[in-house]
Ligand binder design. Structure first.
Ligand SMILES: Cc1cc2nc3c(=O)[nH]c(=O)nc-3n(C[C@H](O)[C@H](O)[C@H](O)COP(=O)(O)OP(=O)(O)OC[C@H]3O[C@@H](n4cnc5c(N)ncnc54)[C@H](O)[C@@H]3O)c2cc1C
Length: 387
């Protein structure tokens, strides 16, 4: 497949592709069938230093930017794997690096870089608030040198395969703040200690093989020194992570999109019905060509979002638009891929149905398509607020 060359990181691509080639489709299929966690794969990524890509060199990482991190995630998905098992560390990293204290960075980053700790979880979503994050009900109340946390989260991923989580909680009641986005704070939670001291975890079985959970906090104690940045400013800080997350997921969808296009193109050239390859029919060609065009266009927006993030410039609009375009394009490529595989699209051994389920998630999480449209309508185009 000939894609537009964005001058993009050939060395990183080759190295990640080489590592991914050691984990072929059979590996990911088996993990999916067993509803397991790709432990060996994540360990290999960690040992090769890819999970420490964003950690500055002075703390033991390779000091790369979001652009490079997005290339790593893209290549994992393009190889047939699923970055969902490990992308948390990438988007959480920006939050800790940009807003954490020097002491916190010295304490955690070198250990994350060497693979002794994983920072794979972010606890934002709640059952009652849903997408309306400022309506969260989880509260953290300071008592001397600790915070006591009470409340509930839902859909919190990788908690069982992580050591640390960034948690968003309200520290000032909503009726006592000037703006509802104020009065929330973020904390670095030691998950092993939390499980012993007031946090319970209930796994959610779901359509994708994605380890995600309900969390319940009953007087969970967090040392005050684990507060990240200033109390009350957490919403602003978590947006750093959310923008990185949207951009990385755009790159993952682009990786998925190319995987679907490769797969369906090869199949459509090979499969003969009515005495000719199915790919000779324009009814088959056009949906594939259309989704390819859309993936290439989404790719441009993804690099623009990365560029702005890495330059510490506002990137909310580009991160959201990249995620919107890429998730839509990968979903259309997935549809074409499953459709033109006919019955075989549904057979697990072709991997299409697995990737189809995986890429479908990104129409809803980490932010739904509707909410991106609403953001663009109201924040960029200045249309009246609907909520
Ligand atoms: C597999 C999985 C993993 C996840 N991992 C994490 C995680 O690690 N950490 C975390 O914090 N969260 C996580 N999430 C949560 C995810 O971010 C949310 O599911 C997502 O933001 C949507 O929120 P919701 O499910 O509460 O939907 P709701 O807010 O209830 O919205 C439901 C639907 O209603 C529509 N809608 C709602 N409001 C409006 C509106 N004003 N205008 C138009 N349409 C609207 C949208 O289409 C939306 O899809 C995960 C979710 C899944 C499924």
């Amino acid at each position: 497949m000939q894609t537009i060359d964005h001058g993009s990181h050939g060395d990183i691509r080759d190295a990640v592709r080489g590592l991914c080639a050691e984990f072929p489709a059979e590996y990911h299929r088996k993990v999916d069938e067993e509803r397991g966690y790709p432990e060996r794969f994540v360990d290999a990524l960690t040992k090769a230093g890819w999970m420490a890509a964003l950690i500055p060199e002075e703390y033991g990482g390779s000091g790369l930017g979001l652009t490079e991190a997005s290339v790593i995630m893209e290549e994992i998905n393009r190889s047939g794997g699923n970055s969902g098992a490990c992308h948390g560390q990438m988007y959480n990293m920006g939050t800790l690096i940009r807003h954490g204290s020097e002491e916190q960075k010295r304490k955690y980053l070198p250990r994350i870089a060497e693979g002794a700790l994983r920072l794979q979880s972010m606890g934002v979503t709640e059952p009652t608030a849903g997408t309306d994050t400022t309506g969260i009900k989880t509260v953290a109340v300071r008592k001397g040198d600790r915070y006591l946390v009470n409340g509930q989260k839902v859909w919190i991923s990788r908690v069982q395969h992580s050591d640390l989580m960034i948690l968003l909680a309200r520290t000032t009641p909503i009726d006592q703040v000037a703006k509802k986005s104020e009065g929330m704070s973020i904390f670095l939670v030691d998950l092993h200690e939390a499980k012993r001291k007031g946090m319970s975890v209930k796994p959610i079985v779901n359509m994708v093989n994605h380890e995600t959970n309900e969390l319940f906090f009953d007087d969970l104690e967090i040392p005050a020194e684990n507060l990240i940045g200033e109390e009350g400013q957490g919403f602003k800080y978590i947006l750093t992570g959310l923008n990185a997350e949207r951009t990385l997921i755009a790159a993952e969808c682009i990786g998925d999109g190319y995987w679907f296009i490769d797969k369906v193109t090869a199949y459509a050239k090979d499969r003969k019905v009515f005495g000719r390859p199915i790919g000779q029919n324009q009814g088959v060609q056009f949906p594939i060509a259309e989704s390819f065009i859309e993936i290439e266009a989404a790719n441009l927006m993804r690099y623009e979002a990365c560029r702005l993030y890495d330059a510490h410039q506002p990137c909310g609009a580009q991160a959201n638009m990249a995620k919107y375009l890429a998730a839509k394009a990968s979903w259309e490529a997935a549809n074409a891929c499953i459709q033109f595989h006919g019955g075989f699209g549904f057979a697990a051994e072709f991997d299409v149905e697995r990737k189809f389920r995986e890429t479908r998630l990104y129409q809803v999480a980490p932010i739904s398509t509707n909410l991106i449209l609403s953001y663009v309508a109201e924040h960029i185009l200045g249309l009246p607020k609907s909520y």
